[in-house]
Design a protein around this ligand. Structure first.
Ligand code: ACO
Length: 321
């Protein structure tokens, strides 16, 4: 017994912000952003929250899967931008959709979070502990951007994607992933400092800081390694894959991965031009768009791969059902 993706959903905030819009806020321009990243627009939350985006994506995924919320044994929300620390976002989703039989928690593995979430749910389902799980990747990254820092604020966007996993004869075939905490300093975001009557610490930067070139080097090495590991472990070759869904951070990273894998760029669907980098939501949103495009057929072999802060990375090989 394995687990399979039975339905997907997504939700993007209504407000669309172009590169030209951003050039009114920071010293940047459309040409720089397009050439260095491929990003043209991003959606930014104005009234939406990580909770509301998650709930809408979840409802769509359940409807597509035709699974009643009471059948869910687990809800995982992958996010690094919850609206608060407690209750966790998964509990808020549970309450909104009426999934009264589900365990609920968040995973923070930055941009690898959605795939980590799928892997965790797969472990529960394939071991027979539960039958259905809802995994959501959701972010409102705009609230942790330093809107004076042009090197980061142009890259990210807000949104959510979701998938229902269910017990199945065919589906997920292989997992890959890991982390290297020793390199965590290249992509950081602080939080409230330790502060009580007995101690006081200087506040850390509450905004995203990134050594873009180090992250770039990490990504272009790690993505091909994840995909090759998945293929080697299952005796497949790159030609067996119908598509490879990568974390949508930068078009140049995806082009480099295609080159290193000797794969046609056409098998790497992209939507970062529209949404920017939505961290934990990115692979989830892309999966929903590809699933709804009608381009996938039963039996197609698909790889998912992500990388992000931590540093973390994760991959999945699955057969579409
Ligand atoms: N507009 C105009 N100029 C800019 C901007 C901007 N938005 N941002 C930086 N610049 C300038 C810099 O100041 C620098 O100017 P200088 O040469 O006068 O000093 C110049 O452009 C080049 O800057 P670099 O940082 O060297 O540009 P680079 O080619 O490395 O591109 C980028 C930067 C796009 C961030 C790239 O390094 C990258 O994509 N890295 C990977 C980032 C990534 O994937 N992050 C997310 C992964 S993890 C996650 O998703 C949470």
């Amino acid at each position: 017994m394995t687990s399979a993706i039975l339905g997907t959903g997504k939700c993007l905030p209504k407000k669309i912000v172009t590169n030209d819009d951003l050039s009114q806020i920071v010293d940047t321009n459309d040409a720089w952003i397009r050439e260095r990243t491929g990003i043209q627009t991003r959606h930014l939350a104005t009234s939406e929250t990580t909770e509301t985006l998650s709930i809408e994506a979840a409802k769509q995924a359940l409807e597509a899967a035709q699974i009643a919320p009471e059948n869910l044994g687990l809800i995982i929300v992958a996010t690094l931008t919850p609206d608060g620390s407690m209750p966790n976002t998964a509990c808020k989703v549970q309450a909104a959709i009426g999934a009264k039989n589900a365990m609920c928690y968040e995973i923070n593995a930055a941009c690898s979070g959605f795939i980590y979430g799928l892997q965790t749910a797969h472990a529960f389902i394939s071991s027979g502990i539960l039958s259905y799980a809802l995994i959501i990747g959701a972010e409102t990254l705009s609230k942790i951007m330093d809107w004076k820092d042009r090197s980061t604020c142009v890259l990210f966007g807000d949104g959510a994607g979701a998938a229902v996993l269910g017990a199945s004869e065919k589906g997920i075939i292989c997992l890959d992933g890991g982390a290297d905490g020793s390199k965590g300093g290249v992509l950081t975001c602080g939080n409230a400092p330790l502060c009580n009557p007995y101690t006081k610490h200087p506040a850390s930067n509450p905004y995203v800081e990134m050594d873009g070139q180090e992250v770039f080097k990490f990504a272009v090495r790690k993505i091909p390694a994840i995909v090759n590991n998945l293929l080697e472990k299952t005796d497949h070759t790159i030609d067996d894959l119908s598509c490879i869904l990568l974390h949508q951070a930068n078009q140049r990273i995806i082009q480099s991965a295609a080159k290193r894998l000797h794969a046609d760029l056409d098998i790497f669907p992209m939507n970062l031009d529209k949404y920017g980098n939505t961290s934990a939501a990115s692979v989830a949103i892309l999966l929903d768009e590809v699933a709804r495009s009608g381009k996938l057929s039963k039996g197609d072999l698909i790889a998912l791969a992500g990388f992000g802060g931590g540093l973390t990375w994760a991959g999945l090989l699955l057969e579409w059902v």
